[in-house]
Design a protein around this ligand. Structure first.
Ligand code: ADP
Length: 202
């Protein structure tokens, strides 16, 4: 696969929920596999276990991935130190993809830069904004440092315009600004919304 860059670099894919970030990550990774490049994909483990998994898009496409608890797990896995899944013992893969990168830990920024410096094509997908439409964690840092940034839009569930934001609903009502980002046991859902129809209650 011809890359416009010499050697390693950082590509970031952002946008709200349902904007096709996972689809785009899967598309890029699949093309790299077709080009017979060595590819390794990671995503955060939701259940705090380090295990074999898959990245799946809302439309149902999947690619094999390893679920990790943080950047340290990715480092260990790339170093061939895991006993669970022995894949890509050094040398490093040609391509490293990470989905839902906003849910890892801040060390993922340093890891991505180190990998790019070592010649790896790093493809990161994640939310640019949280449900309040505030920049999400270390995503601004990644966006600033990336060679390539793709901002995707979803479709606003209210009006059909391009959606740039993720509407958080708790019990069907817009979440409040100071509602905790992680709610345990509450009935919450998310919808893609445009700037006009994105609501954050005080
Ligand atoms: P992301 O990773 O950004 O959350 P996915 O790649 O998992 O997005 O899913 C994108 C897919 O979600 C679209 O191709 C479409 O089939 C579906 N979808 C569901 N709701 C919407 C919406 N409101 N806007 C756009 N796509 C949507």
């Amino acid at each position: 696969l011809k890359s416009p860059y010499h050697g390693g670099h950082l590509e970031v894919i952002v946008g709200p929920m349902f904007s096709g970030k996972s689809e785009e990550l899967i598309r890029r990774v699949t093309r790299a596999v077709i080009a017979r490049q060595r590819v390794q994909v990671y995503k955060p483990a939701i259940d705090d276990r380090y295990h074999a998994a898959a990245v799946a898009s809302h439309a149902g496409r999947t690619v094999d991935a390893v679920a990790v608890r943080g950047a340290a797990d990715i480092r260990a896995h790339l170093a061939g130190e895991d006993t669970l899944l022995r894949v890509d013992v050094p040398p490093l893969p040609d391509v490293v993809g990470i989905d839902e990168v906003q849910f890892l830990d801040g060390d993922v920024v340093l890891l991505a830069l180190e990998l790019a410096d070592q010649g790896v094509r790093v493809i990161l997908a994640g939310l640019d904004l949280d449900f309040r439409a505030e920049p999400f964690g270390w995503m601004p840092d990644l966006l600033a440092r990336a060679e390539s940034v793709e901002k995707l839009t979803a479709i606003c569930t209210v009006c059909g315009a391009p959606a740039t934001r993720s509407q958080r609903l708790i019990g069907g009502e817009p979440a409040r600004f100071d509602d905790p980002v992680v709610l345990v046991g509450a009935l919450e859902s998310y919808e893609a919304r445009c700037r006009v129809h994105h609501v954050v209650s005080d």
